[in-house]
Design a protein around this ligand. Sequence first.
Ligand code: FAD
Length: 468
Amino acid sequence: MTSLITSRARHVAVIGLGAAGLVAVRELRREGHTVIGFEREKHVGGLWVYTDRVELDSLSLDPDRTIVHSSIYQSLRTNLPRESMGYSDFPFVTRSGEGDPRRYPDHREVLMYLQDFAKEFKIEEMIRFDTEVLCVESTPENNRKWRVQFKSLNGVSGEEIFDAVVVCNGHFTEPRLAHIPGIDSWPGKQIHSHNYRIPDLFKDQVVIVIGSQASGNDISKDIATIAKEVHISSKAVASDSYGGYDNLRIHPTIYRAREDGSVVFRNGKVVFADAIVHCSGYKYHFPFLKTNGYVTVEDNRVGPLYKHVFPPALAPGISFIGLPFMGLQFFMFEIQSKWVASVLSGRVKLPTEDKMMEEAIAFYTKLEDLGIPKRYTHFLTDPRGNPMLGTFEPEDAVVISQSDYFNWIAKQCGCTSIERWRERLYNVAIKKIFFSGDSYRDQWDDDQLIEEVYGEFAKLKSNQDCSS
Ligand code: FAD
């Protein structure tokens, strides 16, 4: 592996070593920076490190609770084909003779892929495990430097000064709850999907699952294998329908919950339920970041940010990798990381603070003009028919498609943008979610496309062999 020696090598902290932090560390080092990664857990992988543990507070409302990072459930399989998910030069292919060979593998397989990546690029040597970052703030004596305060699991605290901090702490740990009138006196059990692992708790019960996006969809089917009835509350439907299982129905959103244990849906249907599972998403949360108000989170908009990455007033010292949701996440982490690394070395220039601010404000104004709530600011996916989008027509909800976004960044930092095959694979996969129902993970018809993809992987391998 070659490192680019630049005239402006920076000392950079990366917070969090999930899929975003891992590739950020690699790209920063490739650009010649010195990097230290801080990881609260014992392992790399972030969200993909499955644990049976859940938080004691099943709705995760207590700000002082002990946090369990991962939100994945035992039965989770990827919602995209593995070949589309990998980083550009490290394909996510089947491991010979071990693991889960399926095109949509289980969560263990994704973790193994990330561990392999960390090993291949010797990333662990730059990580401080069991070390939580408690505070990031600019140093009083020099507001272009950043003080990172941390505490390790064995109680040792410390601080260190960095030229830049790259925030990769993930955004699927802090639950977001739907507002339900009357819920405080509703007597049933409530949990957020962050604390859902297995369906056993719901045996023979009547369960309401709020939300019909990826997790709501999976979890309701998981619970339906054991529960008496499952009722999904979805923004995407106006009246009741069946959900492909005898004991599963889909309803519109909830109108109110009542003291007698009943829940009234917006179309007047009433269900007496034992439990509610909130699959209503997550909040961006940066408890360690002290920016004097230069970065705020308002209705799940992290802002103001230039292209979802740089806060104009603090750039390039502070940057965020991985805020946009939906779409090709690992690829996005990689391309955003390349951009951050090249800006920090001075190889690529950012516009002035004023220009970045103007751009951010113009973007927010455009969203507002389209009637798109702030919480969709970081929604980034292909506009053509994303079935996971509930409340808006897809054309209205997306101001820029993910490929436009990737192409724009690639142009800034002179790197290769999204491969044509990856775009096509993603588009096929999204259509399958829409049209193939529950079997979308297990029926793959487009063998020719897969053949092409493996042809591209073979070319990549032979180029890598030649240059090593
Ligand atoms: P994370 O993986 O959450 O990593 C963040 C890391 O930061 C963690 O290791 C955490 O311990 C650490 N950290 C946090 N705070 C601190 C601190 N203060 N100090 C030190 N360390 C800290 N994407 C796909 O591409 N395909 C899928 O099939 C898919 N399925 C998903 C299913 C679910 C249920 C969810 C919630 C998401 C799914 N995603 C999927 C999206 C997923 O977010 C990304 O794939 C990706 O793994 C997120 O990586 P990340 O690095 O941004 O965050």
